[in-house]
Design a protein around this ligand. Structure first.
Ligand SMILES: NC(=O)c1ccc[n+]([C@@H]2O[C@H](COP(=O)([O-])OP(=O)(O)OC[C@H]3O[C@@H](n4cnc5c(N)ncnc54)[C@H](OP(=O)(O)O)[C@@H]3O)[C@@H](O)[C@H]2O)c1
Length: 354
């Protein structure tokens, strides 16, 4: 089968932006064997695969627990048709499903992929295959918003134009019924279209210095941007834990892509995160709660997200308003875009139309 293969870890976006030698990192191969199935796995013919920062972490080798032998096929979030249900009683051949290989995040940028039956959800009829594949980040948005935002809350979403932020704005406004949603982004029109009441260009204005925000404090801040110590800034505009103020860390503390490439770095990373959770539990009188969002209940959230997409109450925007082709160049552009940390919406590759 045709599949993209990663031959060595790379730095994104720089490794794929060079004039030549890109093939040494990533190439299209025509004769990759179809995946063999383990128990409770099904074979799907892939229609579309979307990329997210998790795929960047994977190809950069930034997470020791996710190192995979080379060459490997990148991509984990897909929509495809089941061609071998492997005896499943829940799915039949011909079903079109959305799935994510979260625990083994490889295999999606290929004509065929083995998926875990437990992670598959049927694509609703009104949702396109590309949109199905791109629904993955909205699962994170669903959990971040629905578990923390109450009706009438004032909410600030850091990074409103990314895959997670663009869905979080809509979910906060339409489904959690927040009274006011502000966001930080350079994409004012896009975020307003999605439902944001106020958009702060983070390149020109520091949100924690805005007088209105200091006066009327937020109930919830959801950090989908990372890159600076935003929790440290948040206490200026967020209610204390005792008043119900919560900072939801979707990203790592100080970096959009944490470097956990060795066991020591991994321990340091989780140690810092966990000590912050414990510390802020002890200081809720003066500091906001700190909630670390880890992936959980993904299938339940995916069903809800796909239901909202079918109803038209959640729209998944594509970066550049279209998907990319399944060629080495198309996938290279997709990784450059996600790896730049400046995608506006989701980055999707169409693998097969029918
Ligand atoms: N905890 C979890 O379960 C979980 C799950 C999925 C993802 N994540 C993490 O969540 C984060 C967001 O994921 P994503 O898919 O939304 O990423 P993404 O799509 O790559 O985010 C790109 C967006 O971030 C914006 N941005 C970059 N720097 C910013 C800043 N300083 N302030 C505001 N916006 C900024 C960019 O806007 P401009 O172009 O305007 O700069 C761009 O629109 C990632 O770090 C990812 O690893 C966590």
């Amino acid at each position: 089968m045709k599949a993209i293969q990663v031959h060595q870890f790379m730095e994104l976006p720089s490794s794929l932006q060079q004039e030549d030698g890109v093939d040494a990192f990533l190439s299209m191969c025509d004769d990759v064997p179809k995946p063999s199935l383990k128990k409770q796995q099904m074979l799907v013919r892939v229609f579309a695969c979307s990329l997210s920062p998790g795929d960047v972490i994977m190809v950069q080798g930034s997470m020791i627990l996710m190192h995979h032998p080379f060459p490997f096929i990148p991509g984990m979030d897909i929509c495809g048709e089941i061609v071998d249900n492997n005896g499943s009683t829940n799915f039949k051949n011909g079903d079109i499903v959305v799935a994510s290989n979260g625990m083994s995040p490889v295999g999606g940028m290929a004509e065929f992929m083995a998926i875990n039956e437990s992670e598959a959800v049927i694509l609703p009829p009104g949702v396109s295959k590309e949109h199905g594949a791109a629904s993955s980040s909205a699962i994170t948005s669903h959990n971040a918003v629905m578990e923390n935002v109450k009706e009438g809350d004032r909410v600030l979403i850091l990074g409103g134009s990314g895959g997670v932020g663009s869905a979080a704005i809509q979910i906060a406004k339409k489904h959690a019924k927040a009274s006011f949603v502000a966001t930080t982004s350079t994409q004012e029109d896009m975020c307003k279209d999605l439902g944001a009441d106020r958009v702060i260009n983070y390149k020109t204005t520091d949100w924690w210095t805005i007088e209105e925000f200091q006066r009327e404090r937020f109930d919830v801040i959801i950090d989908c941007a990372g890159g600076r110590n935003f929790y440290g800034r948040a206490e200026k505009v967020l209610k204390t834990g005792k008043q119900g103020g919560t900072f939801v860390a979707v990203t790592a503390i100080d970096e959009a892509y944490p470097d956990c490439g060795t066991y020591w770095k991994l321990m340091k990373f989780f140690g810092t995160m966990i000590s912050r959770v414990v510390y802020t539990k002890l200081t809720t009188r003066t500091l906001p709660n700190y909630a670390l969002l880890m992936p959980h209940d993904e299938v339940k959230a995916r069903k809800k997200v796909l239901e909202w997409m079918e109803q038209g109450t959640l729209k998944i925007k594509f970066d550049g308003n279209s998907s990319l082709p399944f060629t080495a160049e198309g996938v290279r552009q997709a990784f450059i875009k996600v790896g730049s940390h400046h995608a506006h919406g989701k980055v999707v590759v169409t693998i097969a139309k029918e």
